[in-house]
Structure formats: C-alpha cells, structure tokens
Design a protein around this ligand. Structure first.
Ligand code: GLN
Length: 280
C-alpha cells in the first residue's frame, strides 16, 4: 500500500476508537517508522511502503488505538529546551512542570555554582534541564525506581551531562548524601482514590508509582519536605510541584519545618502548581 492509503486506513482505525487527533497522530507515527519528517510524507503520498515499515506502523497504530500516549510510542518527549527518552517506566514530562525551570532561572543567575538535588527524578527532565541552563552546577537525582534511574542516566548521556550529574536508585527516606543549595521535586501527589479519574491515557499507561500520593495525596510530599529539611543548606531553596488543592496543607508543613514561603505559582490552567520556599 502507498503512504496515502496507509494513512487513510490508520485515521479510520483511530477515529473509530475515538482518538482525538487521528490525522496528526497517524502522520507523526508514520514519520517515525520511515524516519522522515511530516513534510516528506505529505509530498510523497504515492510512495509504496515496504512490508517491514507497514508492519511497524500498524503495530504503533494498534497501540495508539488503545490509548497509549504518543510520547511512549515515539520514546521521546520535548521538555523545556531538550528532548528526553521516555517509556512506560517514567512519567511523561508535562508543560506545567516547566514552571519549575522557569522559576529557578529567575531566582538564580546562569553562572551560579549550586549543588542541586532532584527527588523522584523520573526521566531526569527537571534536573538535566537545570544543569543545561546553569553549566556551573552539579546535580544528584534519586528515584525509587531502578528503571527510572536507567532512563535518567541515558538522558544525561544523550545531553552530555554525565560529568555534572549522578543518579541513584534510592527511597527518599534512606538517601543521606550531601547538602544542597537547591532541592527540586515533582513527587507523586494524586490521591489514591482519585487515580481512576485521571485521563485514560494517564491512568492506563503512566506509572502509578509516579502518581500515587497515598490516601491524602500528600504523603510523598511530606517525605520530600522531611528529607529536604535535613539535606538543604541554610538559605537553600526548595521548589516543589503540588496538586491543585494542596497549597494550604503543603505551606503549613513547610512553615512547621522552618521554611519561608516565597511564592506559589499557578499552572497554564490557572491552578496552584508550584511552591517556592527558603530554609531559614
Ligand atoms: N501532573 C500529573 C498529572 O496530573 C501528576 C504528576 C504527579 O503526581 N507528580 O497527570
């Protein structure tokens, strides 16, 4: 079959399964399979696909049909200024999380020499983006998931940051290395009973470990703050991503632990999403 017919077929399949951007998704997936950009596909619609490419493409379409996010099908997601390898073992980096990078760059100068800790690093997207922006900084990323650590290390290698960063598989409670000028974290913060109400592509494919914040949604945030209290330097900054309804509770915990609240930021949906605080 040629490119045009193959695409039309795929669009029909995706539409039937109520996948919203069926045309764009089909074009993106075919681009990946034949390793060409979308323009090529549109300009060469009569080109015949070989059997191997057809098979690979149909395989991706049948995964997309079941709702698997495009980022996992491409093993790639853009975040801030870089592209990161992702698979089902790590959360897909969200545009809202770029708030953390944006804010940190407002607080610190580009030439700052900071020791940075990222708790629950996942793909490494937050820490690695910060290290790219501030070349004199050093970072440590930890995650309880062994597979996440493999992925964050791979991303560090791809971004040529291996001499600036170390990743360790560790539970937040058991990590005891270093003192930090800046601690960042996007911990799991969804209430366990609300997990099932997340979008299907999130709940069916993204790792629960990266989303599940326990009964009250803040059990992991609490652990992160406890650990930050011990590992942060005086006047160090803690930048936390939080759920839309967690601002007051998290601020209270922070104050009790001796943090001054600098500000809370809203995400693109105008919901509270990020708290900046300073250890005093
Ligand atoms: N923002 C994510 C979502 O709602 C949740 C991320 C998290 O728990 N840290 O899909």
């Amino acid at each position: 079959m040629n490119i045009e017919n193959t695409l039309n077929n795929a669009v029909k399949i995706l539409k039937k399964s109520k996948i919203k951007n069926s045309i764009l998704d089909s074009e993106i997936l075919l681009s990946k399979v034949i390793n060409r950009d979308r323009k090529y596909i549109l300009l060469n619609s009569k080109e015949i696909l070989n059997q191997k490419n057809s098979k690979n493409f149909n395989n991706l379409i049948s995964r997309r049909k079941k709702g698997e996010p495009i980022a996992y099908l491409l093993n790639k997601k853009e975040f801030w200024k870089q592209s990161f390898y992702v698979d089902q073992n790590v959360l897909i980096p969200r545009p809202d999380t770029e708030l953390i990078i944006d804010e940190v760059l407002k607080i610190f100068l580009k030439n700052s020499k900071l020791q940075i800790l990222d708790i629950g690093t996942g793909s490494g997207c937050i820490l690695l983006s910060l290290l790219k922006e501030m070349p004199n900084c050093y970072g440590i990323g930890i995650d309880i998931s062994k597979k996440s650590i493999k992925i964050s290390k791979y991303n560090a290698k791809m971004l040529q940051l291996t001499n600036k960063v170390k990743f360790y598989q560790s539970d937040v409670d058991n990590f005891k290395i270093g003192k930090y000028d800046l601690i960042v974290s996007n911990p799991p913060y969804i209430e366990v009973l609300n997990l099932k109400y997340l979008e299907n592509d999130v709940v069916n494919f993204e790792p629960k470990l990266a989303l599940n914040g326990g009964i009250d949604g803040i059990s992991k945030i609490r652990k992160v703050i406890d650990k930050a209290t011990v590992l942060i330097k005086k006047n160090g900054k803690l930048v936390l991503e939080i759920g839309f309804n967690q601002k007051n509770k998290v601020q209270e915990i922070l104050r009790k632990k001796g943090f001054y609240i600098n500000k809370t930021l809203k995400d693109y949906g105008k919901k509270d999403r990020c708290i900046i605080s300073t250890k005093i």
